[in-house]
Design a binder for this molecule. Structure first.
Ligand code: HEM
Length: 344
């Protein structure tokens, strides 16, 4: 099998694995992060950013951006109160006419170190009927001092959670990401959550010096989870963002952590030493919503491998596979700007 058909085949399998996790997935929509809302604004690089990277987005003085906030699920139903990953995909519109994307989620570490682990994890997450715990299992919980299992929710008779936990139990690589997912909180606002790009990117400065770094968007308004016991409505995140942007821009600081000795540069399932040097690379100002949400946001392609010289992909196999899977998915849903190199 040639490389091209091998890639096509892997993209198709990755795509299908996601579709299988969401039985109400709608053809023509994204297979994950299906519910989203677009905003526009600009990015202001910090005064030190261009010392680390010659990438155009760090030249300034201001770079126009389009962003898409999203819920992680592939279901088209907006269930904002659900414990889920949230996404913030950013497209920098560069002075040269090219674009560069930076995709982040509220998880700080991934649950797969290779495309194969991802396929295994996604298959384990296929929804299965949630059975009530048997009397025997309840007794065993008591004897082994385990907390009792949560009773099935009549509104959600199927779940992939049990399968995913069992998979993480058997696969070391999936553990850090699964623990991080269990610690997620539902944000009260898309603008009050912290987002991580997870993968490592390769930065080159004007002298040709190469550094490796990971990136995060930190909300200037601070991270704000709900109060203990606060009941959130099913749909509030989009209305909250609309109201917020009418008052003032939503702001995020772009923070970069530089790799140090021993940090894994190609494995998104490995955490780095938390004492690494951190640098502020700029600030994002979101000033309003995208006017035509369908044409200029929902149809748009964001792709983590749409990068420019000075800010490039590391040798991360998950990142590489994502690049082609996003292109495949974008083509399938009739999106715009799907080919990664198409807007160059
Ligand atoms: C092998 C691992 C992964 C696969 C196969 C995968 C696959 C996909 C696909 C097919 C899409 C839809 C693309 C489109 O139709 O335009 C998507 C969207 C998305 N993914 Fe992933 N993904 C993976 C890992 C990740 C990671 C590590 C992150 C975070 C750093 C992430 C964040 C997102 C976000 C935020 C979106 C929505 C982007 C938008 O608003 O257009 N994904 N993913």
């Amino acid at each position: 099998m040639g490389k091209q058909s091998h890639d096509e085949n892997l993209s198709q399998r990755l795509y299908q694995a996601l579709v299988d996790d969401y039985p109400d997935h709608v053809a023509g929509e994204r297979p994950v992060h299906a519910v989203g809302i677009g905003a526009t604004g600009y990015f202001v690089p910090s005064t030190v950013a261009s010392k680390f990277s010659v990438a155009e987005q760090f030249e300034g003085p201001q770079v126009p951006v389009t962003v898409r906030f999203s819920n992680g699920s592939g279901s088209p139903v907006e269930r904002d109160a659900e414990l889920d990953v949230r996404g913030l995909a950013t497209k920098f519109h560069l002075a040269s006419g090219r674009t560069a994307d930076l995709i982040m989620i509220t998880l700080s570490v991934f649950f797969a170190d290779t495309p194969d682990t991802f396929l295994g994890f996604a298959a384990a997450g296929d929804p299965k009927p949630v059975a009530a715990e048997s009397w025997w299992a309840k007794l065993m919980d008591k004897l082994q001092l385990r907390p009792p299992a949560t009773p099935p929710d009549p509104e959600l008779p199927e779940s992939g959670a049990v399968g995913v936990l069992a998979y993480a139990n058997r696969h070391l690589a999936a553990r850090a990401g699964t623990v991080a997912a269990l610690m997620l909180v539902t944000p009260t606002s898309y603008a009050r959550a912290k987002y991580h790009a997870i993968h490592t990117f390769k930065l080159t400065d004007a002298n040709g010096v190469v550094r490796y770094a990971r990136f995060a968007w930190e909300p200037v308004a601070g991270v704000h989870p709900p109060e203990a016991g606060e009941k959130l409505p099913d749909e509030y995140l989009q209305a909250e963002l609309r109201a917020r942007l009418q008052q003032a821009p939503a702001r995020f600081v772009l923070r970069m952590s530089l790799a140090g000795q021993g940090d894994d540069l190609s494995n998104p399932a490995r955490v780095w030493d938390t004492t690494r040097t951190r640098v502020v690379m700029g600030e994002l100002f979101l000033t309003g919503l995208v006017e035509d949400q369908i044409a200029d946001c929902e149809r748009l392609s964001f792709n983590p491998t749409r990068v420019v010289p000075g800010f490039e992909c590391s040798g991360d196999p998950v990142l590489e596979a994502r690049g082609r899977a996003y292109e495949y998915s974008c083509n399938l849903r009739g999106g715009s700007g799907c080919p990664v190199g198409g807007d160059r």
